[in-house]
Structure formats: C-alpha cells, structure tokens
Ligand binder design. Structure first.
Ligand code: CAA
Length: 394
C-alpha cells in the first residue's frame, strides 16, 4: 500500500528491487560495513538487473525508466544497504545524466552503453579540499595544449572514485590572471587510464563504509580535447543543474535508511519485553513509531511530487532542495529515535540501527549540506515572491 499512485510498471520495478535487495544485499550489509569492503559482486548483480542504466534511454542500452521508478528502486536498495544506494544514485543521477544532457552524440555513443551495462561505473568530481559548499571556488586548472587539455589539481570526496571507469570532472579553463568565477569552469570526461591520474587518499568514514570515497590527484593529466563536455565555461551550471536530480536520489536513499530503522524498531518493539509486556504496548514507544512513520511518508511524498514535476519538464530546483533537506533530516531524526527505541542494544553492533544512524549522517552533508539546501530554497523563494508581487506559487 502506498500513498503515492504508482503505475504497474513502477510497482514492478519496486518489487524487483525489494526482492533483490532483501535477498542479496541484506545478509552481507553489516559485514561489508564492518570491513569497509566494496563488493564487486554487488555490481555484477545490479548490472544484470539493469540498475546502472535505469535513466539511460534504451537507444544506449539503458532501461529508460521514469524518475519515480528509479527513486522507488533506490529506496529499496537503501533499505538494505545504503552504500549500494549511493553507488547507484551517483552513477545514475550525475555522470550518466551529464553525458546524456550535455555531451556530444559521439560521447553518448562511446560512454553510455558501457555505463548502462555497469562495465564502467560513473563518478562525479566537483569538490576539492578547499572547495566544498563554495563549488565555484574550485582550483583544478585545465590548460589547452594542442589537441589535449592538461589538468592539474586535487579532487576530493569522490564517491567510489577507485572503482569508476568514467569520471565527470569540473576544472577551471579560465587562466589565473583572467578569472571568470562560475563562468570559468568546464566539464571533462576522465578515465583512470589517463597519464597523470592518481588515486590517493581513501577516506576512513563514520558511515557508508562499504562505499570507497577517494581523493584524486591530477598531475599533468593529459585529456584528449574531445573529452570536453558541452561548452567551455558552462561546467558549473551543468554540475549544479545535474545536482538537482542527484539530490532527489540522495533523498530517496535517506528515506530508505529511515525506513530500515523504522522497520527494525517495529520488529524490536513487538519482541522486546519490559515490565512484563512488549515495549510496543507503551505509548512512549508508540508515539515515536507514529512520528517516524509520519515523517517518512511526508518525505517520500515530497520526493515523488518533485520527481513528477521534473518529469513534466518544470523547473524543480527549489523542490529538489526541499526534498533533499526534509528527507535527509528525517533520516537523521528517525535513526536517532530508532537507537532510543532499542536502548542499549541500539548502541552496539548486534542490531543494525547504529549503522543506519551512521549512514544517515552523510546524507545531510553530501550533494549539498542542509545549510546549502536552505540557501537554495530561500533564494528561489525570494525570487519567486519578487516575480509574483510577494505571493508564492504554492
Ligand atoms: N540548475 C542549472 N544551473 C544552475 C543551477 C541549477 N540548479 N544552480 C546554479 N546554476 C548555474 C547558475 O545559473 C550560474 O550560471 P551562470 O554563471 O551561467 O550564470 C552558475 O550555475 C553558478 O550558480 P550560482 O551563481 O548560483 O553559484 P554560487 O557560487 O552562488 O553557488 C551554491 C551556489 C548553491 C552555493 C552552489 O555552489 C552549491 O550548490 N554548492 C554545493 C555544492 C555541492 O552540492 N557539492 C556536492 C558535490 S558532489 C558530492 O557530494 C560527492 C558525491 O560523490 C556524492
């Protein structure tokens, strides 16, 4: 049963993802987290189901699904293993969409089929050690040299950077003495075989421990000129525009994490007895479960409404940020409540809720912190109000 009206195809995708995730991902999720282990067999399995081509058109060997089907699948994967979900979210929302929307036909034909099959995982390299929320301040430099661009710089926080076959990298193509701010950034397709491409630091993280996060150093990295995506100087807009969609993916991931915590809490509350009765009989616990369920449903409704508006071709930046903000703060709140329902057992690794809490935290940080989402929402709200004489569209 769902509050959102789902087509038969959407229900079918949801069922497929749920069956797979519960059967294959759940049994090993805790072990992968404990060992900080990226599991290639997971990639093979999800590739067989077509999950790396969910948003890639059939013409490029993808499934060509609508955004809502994709988000439903992502939520199911996140319920089972949040590390697997971030892999799917980044790959499907960012690099593949950037090549599809801004690449040349030759680039689409060259990269998308392999990415749809899961032969090449896609990664996204925007952030740098000194450029996180302030993406426009990135410093990686790209200088034209004949039929190549030569890149120098360090990219940070690259999800599954060590596993990626195709990385969409933002670098400055304006020169240091003629800086053009956000208009001086371009997008390049990198592959790990390029000379000067070095994987360096692997981060040791609080959560999402089965998803490797890398720092990448580009040291005189020579990139063929035909790897420039779209127009020179438009790369930041491509990246931020793609992040609208990426943020819906992270929102779906957050909902999945929250749902896993709620489902575990319900099971535990009906089994655990104190004062001679299951703790689910106590109103203190019931109220927690009620608030957890309500917030999750509200978050999912917002995410799917934003996705449906996107499918209709509407400008959804504001709604994507609202969905990401609300869903990720919901995940953090719900997982904290779950640990409280479990009491001491929630604080140890015998049960999964401590992992859910650790996994939830990063959703409030990556693909734009909660503070950045509030900035985007406030900007767009003020602009909409100014355009409409103070009233707002909804
Ligand atoms: N859609 C399309 N274009 C957009 C856009 C959007 N949603 N948002 C901005 N742009 C365009 C603007 O129109 C502008 O283009 P022009 O220069 O041609 O006018 C350009 O992008 C720059 O936009 P702003 O002037 O608004 O830029 P700003 O410097 O004021 O920054 C910001 C705005 C909201 C703070 C933005 O920098 C931002 O979102 N920061 C957070 C970055 C982020 O989310 N990083 C996550 C990295 S990925 C990750 O987390 C790792 C991972 O692998 C999961």
């Amino acid at each position: 049963m769902s509050l959102i009206a789902l087509s038969e195809t959407q229900q079918e995708i949801q069922r497929l993802a749920r069956d797979y995730a519960q059967r294959e991902l759940v049994p090993l999720a805790a072990e992968r987290d404990r060992e900080s282990r990226f599991d290639r067999s997971m990639v093979t399995q999800m590739a067989e189901l077509g999950f790396f081509g969910m948003l890639i058109p059939e013409a490029y060997d993808g499934l060509g699904l609508d955004a809502q089907s994709y988000l439903l699948a992502l939520e199911e994967i996140a319920v089972a293993d949040a590390s697997a979900a971030v892999l799917l979210s980044v790959h499907n929302s960012l690099p593949t969409q950037m090549i599809l929307n801004f690449g040349t036909e030759a680039q689409r034909a060259q990269y998308l089929p392999g990415m749809a099959r899961g032969d090449w995982l896609g990664a996204f390299a925007l952030s740098e050690p000194e450029a996180g929320s302030d993406a426009a301040s990135l410093r990686t430099q790209a200088v034209r040299d004949g039929d190549h661009w030569v890149l120098h710089g360090t990219k940070a926080w690259v999800s599954h950077g060590s596993e990626a076959g195709v990385l969409l990298c933002m670098a400055r193509t304006d020169l240091p003495d003629a800086r053009r701010g956000s208009k001086g950034i371009s997008t390049f397709i990198l592959t790990p075989d390029l000379p000067g491409f070095h994987l360096t630091k692997k981060e040791n993280k609080l959560g999402l421990r089965a998803s490797p996060t890398l720092q990448i150093v580009l040291d005189t990295c020579r990139v063929p000129a035909d790897r420039l995506v779209g127009e020179e100087g438009k790369g930041l807009g491509y990246a931020l525009g793609s992040l609208d969609h990426g943020r819906l993916g992270i929102a779906a991931q957050a909902i999945g994490i929250a749902r896993a915590a709620l489902e575990a809490s319900v099971r535990y509350a009906t089994e655990r007895k104190q004062f001679g009765t299951p703790i689910a009989d106590f109103q203190a616990i019931q109220f927690k479960l009620a608030d957890m369920a309500t917030r999750i449903t509200a978050a999912r409704t917002l995410v799917h409404a934003a996705a449906a508006a996107k499918e209709r071709g509407e400008k959804v930046t504001r709604y994507c940020s609202m969905a990401k903000l609300f869903a990720t703060e919901t995940a953090m709140w719900v997982t904290t409540q779950a640990v409280q329902v479990f009491g001491g057992y929630g604080y140890v690794t015998d049960y999964p809720v401590e992992r859910h809490l650790r996994d939830a935290k990063v959703t409030e940080i990556y693909e734009g912190t909660s503070e950045i989402q509030r900035i985007v929402i406030a900007r767009e709200t003020l602009a909409a109000a100014a355009a409409l004489d103070g009233s707002l569209p909804d």
